[in-house]
Design a protein around this ligand. Structure first.
Ligand code: PMP
Length: 301
């Protein structure tokens, strides 16, 4: 059975300052955000009733909006409160929170300085981004033909909806070929990230991780958390340029993201990896950090 569509659910959505019934939280067809992608958003997770790194997400929303020249009509503290309120009202204990800010219908054309900045926050139950079976074996990535843009071409550090057009095309291509997600290179041909998560590699050295320098893609909140957790364990993390030619030399690969959490990668194109101890330890440490009981006991060793 198909999942219930997202516009046809019970519950409430926080919309420009108040809770409105889920099905009535609509916007007009002639919204600038829809036509010209003047739209930024966040993706957050609640664990046991607490939103992990809530204020970091609200700050990033504000920063993304500022980058697009959109003055947020609410403060970071007000956005924090609204996220909490919408979870409470919808009884979301373990779930996903999606704040979104967009330019409205007051102007319709490329320039839209007087268009209203709207904000809505929704929350829903969402257990695992990749299926539990795929996660345990490691997901399969396929290198996309699309590349992350040059920072002189797009606001690469904003979580802006327009930047996801290439992610959707890449992920659709990957899924059509039997993969779970796409690996995206940057405009120079360096490894960047997946379509909604950052990437880490372990090569020969047991206690050393390598991850691309986030100079043209999101420096994810999960990425930063995992770097912190790795360092706490005495695992060195090297941020550097990583070229696709290095993939064959990797022993372990994993993704990090709010939705993906820490997800081992079992295959990139035709190169296979076995999820190993470092991935497992950091998966467990991350679960502990967010307040979940770890799914495995590997880190107890
Ligand atoms: N890159 C992209 C393109 C993403 O959409 C995300 C998810 N927000 C990430 C990386 C990881 O970011 P975070 O850990 O903050 O969720």
């Amino acid at each position: 059975m198909a999942d219930q569509p997202f516009d046809d659910r019970d519950g409430s959505i926080w919309y420009n300052g108040k809770l409105v019934p889920w099905r009535e939280s609509n916007l007009h067809i002639l919204s600038h955000g829809l036509h010209y992608a003047s739209c930024v958003f966040e993706g957050e997770r609640a664990y046991g009733g607490t939103i992990f790194k809530l204020t970091e997400h609200s700050k990033r929303l504000e920063l993304s909006a500022q980058t697009l020249g959109m003055a947020m009509p609410y403060t970071v503290a007000e956005i924090d409160d609204a996220c909490i309120e919408v979870c409470k009202d919808n009884n979301i204990i373990d779930g996903y929170i999606r704040p979104v800010a967009w330019r409205g219908s007051e102007m319709m054309g490329v320039s839209a300085q007087d268009a209203r900045i709207n904000i809505a926050i929704s929350a829903w139950d969402w257990p695992s981004y990749f299926s539990p079976e795929a996660r345990m074996k490691g997901i399969k990535l396929r290198t996309s033909k699309w590349r992350r843009p040059d920072p002189q071409t797009a606001p690469v550090h904003a979580k802006a909806s327009g930047l996801y057009m290439i992610c959707t095309m890449s992920k659709h291509d990957a899924e059509a070929a039997g993969f779970h997600d796409a690996l995206m290179l940057d405009w120079r041909g360096r490894i960047a990230e997946a379509t909604g998560a950052n990437i880490f590699f372990r090569f020969d050295e047991a206690n050393v991780l390598h991850t691309p320098t986030p100079d043209c893609f999101l420096d994810g909140i999960t990425r930063q958390t995992v770097i912190f957790l790795a360092k706490k364990r005495g695992i060195k993390v090297i941020e550097r340029t990583i070229m696709p030619e290095e993939i064959t030399k990797a022993n372990e690969v994993f993704l990090t993201g709010t939705a993906a959490e820490v997800t081992p990668v079992g295959q990139i194109d035709d190169v296979k990896f076995t999820p190993g101890e470092v991935s497992q330890v950091l998966m467990d440490d991350y679960e502990r950090e967010v307040g979940k009981a770890p799914a495995t006991a590997a880190s107890a060793a």
